[in-house]
Design a protein around this ligand. Structure first.
Ligand code: PHE
Length: 344
């Protein structure tokens, strides 16, 4: 019996760092209900009375050794065991993960759409590859007229003018499609990407984003145009933002105007964003030219309307003080991460 105990004592002493499963087999082997210690205690019952004294002590020491060893190893496994437990515990909170942020142009586009939606405007979309009619002719750009050079066009197919296919230079083409396919009244905005053949620099790009708007009904006047855009600017840049209209020219509107707002950065006192004038231009607008209405089969004696168009990049630059247009399309996360994160 002494020999057996010595052998197992060595085994226990040598038993070191272990896994949870190995420790469990250790427990079963020595401390289990059918384990070695239980067995030794059974044998102990059969030894003679004088041996009982010595073996009793040895046996108890051996039992203690096994128990201490087991407890020590269990404790050292503690941390790892906890880990294993939490992997399986579905009620614990999950780890957070980055969901990214909206592109600044999307944020501003959505804001513009929201403002006009509250005024009852719907959103209309159209193709980015357009024919000459929808991008130019229907909008009162005469053929071979220099007005077509106002917008440097990327032609996909250049034929005789009338059959040209091009990347749309503005979303006014969507206005034409809407008027051709429906009946007045119309109250809609047209957000979308547009293309112009310009050298890329901090101030110009070969594509940018617009929101154009169209309002056609009986008795629509320039006063309606002014009030609608005035309201838009108060919503976008805050109460008290001033507006002014300067006469301008577009083939599809008559009269035409450009609208300036008091500089959103310096509030009109002068800074390099507004070139020390206190004003910044944000959009073009005007009363829809009767020729355009007639081109789209709308009775220009009965209906009048206004249209406007703005570049989202420009509005965004003023809102976030961004001075280089190229940042919008370079996908540099250090730039993109700085904008409001949407919680989905
Ligand atoms: N389509 C014009 C542009 O892209 C903007 C505009 C729209 C001007 C409607 C007046 C009326 O420059």
């Amino acid at each position: 019996m002494q020999e057996t105990i010595d052998k197992y004592t060595r085994e226990i002493n040598e038993f070191a760092k272990t896994t949870a499963e190995e420790l469990e087999s250790f427990r079963i082997k020595f401390l289990g209900t059918k384990g070695i210690i239980k067995d030794l205690f059974e044998q102990f019952k059969t030894v003679g009375p004088e041996e009982k004294r010595t073996f009793g002590k040895v046996l108890n020491q051996f039992k203690q050794l096994a128990e201490t060893k087991y407890n020590e190893l269990k404790e050292s496994l503690g941390g790892a065991e906890e880990g294993a437990k939490s992997e399986g515990d579905l009620t614990l909170p999950g780890e957070g993960f980055a969901i990214g942020s909206r592109h600044p142009l999307s944020l501003v586009r959505n804001e513009i759409i929201d403002i006009f939606k509250r005024l009852g405007f719907v959103v209309a979309e159209g193709p980015e590859i357009e024919d000459d009619w929808h991008n130019f002719s229907a909008l009162n750009f005469p053929e071979e007229h220099p007005a077509r050079d106002m917008q440097d066009t990327f032609f996909i197919k250049k034929n005789s003018g009338k059959d040209d296919i091009a990347l749309r230079t503005h979303t006014s083409s969507v206005q034409v499609r809407m008027m051709e396919n429906g009946k007045p009244p119309f109250r809609a905005i047209m957000p979308g990407r547009v293309y112009r053949n310009e050298a890329i620099s901090a101030r110009a790009h070969c594509f940018f984003h617009q929101v154009e708007g169209l309002y056609i009904d009986e008795n629509v006047s320039f006063a309606d145009l002014k009030q609608t855009l005035y309201h838009f600017v108060q919503e976008l840049y805050g109460e008290g933002t001033k507006v002014r209209f300067r006469p301008s020219y577009f083939p599809f509107t008559e009269p035409s105007a450009e609208m300036d707002v008091s500089c959103t950065i310096c509030k009109g006192s002068g800074c390099n964003m507004c070139k020390y004038t206190g004003w910044v231009e944000i959009l073009g607008c005007g009363m829809v030219d009767p020729n355009v209405l007639e081109n789209c089969n709308i009775d220009s004696k009965k209906y009048t309307g206004f249209a406007f168009g703005m570049g989202i990049e420009r509005i965004t630059n003023l809102k976030y003080v961004i001075r280089d247009l190229r940042l919008f399309s370079e996908n540099d996360v250090r730039f993109l991460e700085q904008f409001q994160t949407e919680i989905i």
